[in-house]
Write a protein that binds this ligand. Structure first.
Ligand code: NAD
Length: 437
């Protein structure tokens, strides 16, 4: 099959490369010419483990190409995927659909022969109806089916998630589109990822409901963590104790600094807005959003408390800036709010991240960046572990102790056993470790 993937970001690029790896012919299209130039030279503009190699082998095999020409790609393709961004709209938190609708108009004028138009971007219920309306109004002769196919991959594990998904959700009731979508995902049947067909609006809502549920689960355990601190219990053991129950499950029960990233914050907010407009408010999600927003600054207060009540003129070293490990993505990362709050209280912040520093330099102009954990910890009053990159899991505490102004570790991901850190003469503060941290 011939696939045009419009939008070569985290989702579009990974999906395009993986579809090519299944044996389809793919052209990834983006309107940022520098991105396409780089991709043509084999340079991957994002950090995603395994993507570079997979893109290189499929480009070499001739199945993967890159272009800025939306119209040509659309005319050539059997299926056109819309994978552009749907950020929060400034001011009101609704999903900004400007990019999706702009692409829909471009598709309308360029389609040639029967084409399945697939919305992979996360879009509010009814967006597929609007994409279809735009296409039919712009070009009444267009022979298209408009399908919803939300993406559930996680940055940092995106290729594995795309190739071995828990499920593939496809929103269409059109038999011609069902046949095309089945053919596109046929290689995955070997991996037993179920292809779940439903109505388009249901499919659109599945994506938001999934993200909202996961955000709620994280927020739930974060509140339990706070309670553990007040009551002298250990959240990690509570999480294990409840996670053994299959109805609850043990995933997404890690207490931490609050969820961030390019999806959960914007998608929970967009769902709240959609639900309000539908006069069917989702109070649980409204509360989840509010709790999570407050949590990030609360983490800065935790650092301040660990430093004896003030960080004014103190150097605070922050380990990890991306919203999670194995990505360079800083969108809505907790680190940004925590650092801002520490600076508001007069701290001098130094930071290190294995992949996020390039983006961070733009966003955090008054932070000092170091080349490794030890460089930023020298002279620091506290070391704050914000993102649990693997390389932060075996820090040399003796070396840190020798150069820090005071040996304090605030471990916002509960990476370390408190006793081990204390054995090296450190004060240890974790999250929800009321019995020990
Ligand atoms: P992104 O910002 O990384 O990529 C979007 C790309 O689209 C950019 O490269 C941009 O230049 C390009 N673009 C915008 N308008 C265009 C146009 N008119 N023509 C061609 N290209 C255009 O975004 P992303 O993180 O890949 O997210 C894309 C969508 O997928 C969003 O709706 C998001 O919510 C959803 N999603 C993201 C993830 C994730 O982990 N990032 C996971 C699941 C779903």
């Amino acid at each position: 099959m011939r696939i045009a993937m419009i939008g070569a970001g985290y989702v579009g690029l990974v999906s395009g490369v993986c579809f090519a790896d299944f044996g389809h012919d793919v052209v990834c299209v983006d309107n940022v010419a520098e991105k396409i130039d780089a991709l043509r030279k084999g340079e991957i503009p994002i950090y995603e483990p395994g993507l570079q190699e997979l893109a290189a082998s499929n480009s070499a095999a001739g199945r993967l190409n890159f272009s800025t020409d939306v119209e040509a790609a659309v005319a050539w393709a059997d299926a056109v995927f819309i994978a552009v961004g749907t950020p929060s709209r400034r001011g009101d938190g609704h999903a900004d659909l400007t990019y999706v609708y702009a692409v829909a108009r471009q598709i309308a004028t360029a389609v040639d022969g029967y084409t399945v138009v697939v919305t992979k971007s996360t879009v509010p219920v009814g967006t597929g109806d609007e994409v279809e309306r735009i296409i039919r109004e712009t070009n009444p002769d267009a022979d298209v089916s408009v399908v919803s196919n939300p993406e559930f991959l996680r940055e940092g594990a995106a290729i594995g998630d795309f190739k071995r998904p828990d499920r593939i959700v496809v929103g269409t009731e059109d038999p011609r589109a069902i046949a095309v979508m089945t053919e596109l995902y046929r290689p995955l049947h070997l991996n037993e990822g179920p292809l779940f067909f439903c109505e388009r609006r249901t499919s659109e809502l599945i994506k938001y409901a999934a993200n909202a549920f996961l955000a709620m689960k994280i927020t739930f355990i974060n509140e339990i963590a706070d309670l553990c601190e007040s009551l002298g219990a250990d959240v990690q053991k509570v999480a294990r104790g409840i996670g053994y129950d299959k109805r609850i499950g043990d995933k997404f029960l890690h207490a931490g600094p609050g969820y961030g990233g390019s999806c959960f914050p914007k998608d929970t907010l967009a769902l709240v807005k959609t639900a309000c407009d539908a006069e069917s408010p989702v109070r649980l999600i409204e509360t989840t959003v509010a709790i999570n927003d407050n949590r990030k600054r609360a983490m800065a207060r935790k650092v301040i408390a660990a430093c004896g009540g003030s960080v004014r003129d103190k150097r605070i070293a922050v380990l990890g800036l991306t919203f999670k490990p194995n990505t360079d993505d800083l969108r809505e990362a907790p680190s940004l709010t925590i650092i801002q709050a520490l600076q508001d209280h007069g701290a001098r912040v130094a930071a290190f991240d294995p992949e996020g520093m390039k983006a961070a330099e733009q966003l955090l102009p008054s932070v000092e960046f170091g080349s490794d954990p030890y460089a930023i910890a020298a002279g620091a009053e506290a070391l704050v572990l914000v993102t649990e990159w693997d390389e932060f899991r075996a820090l040399d505490f003796r070396r840190l102790h020798a150069t820090m102004a005071s040996p304090i570790l605030v471990d916002l991901r509960n990476v370390y056993p408190p006793q081990e850190v204390r054995r090296h003469g450190f004060k240890y503060v974790g999250v929800g470790r009321g019995s020990d941290g």
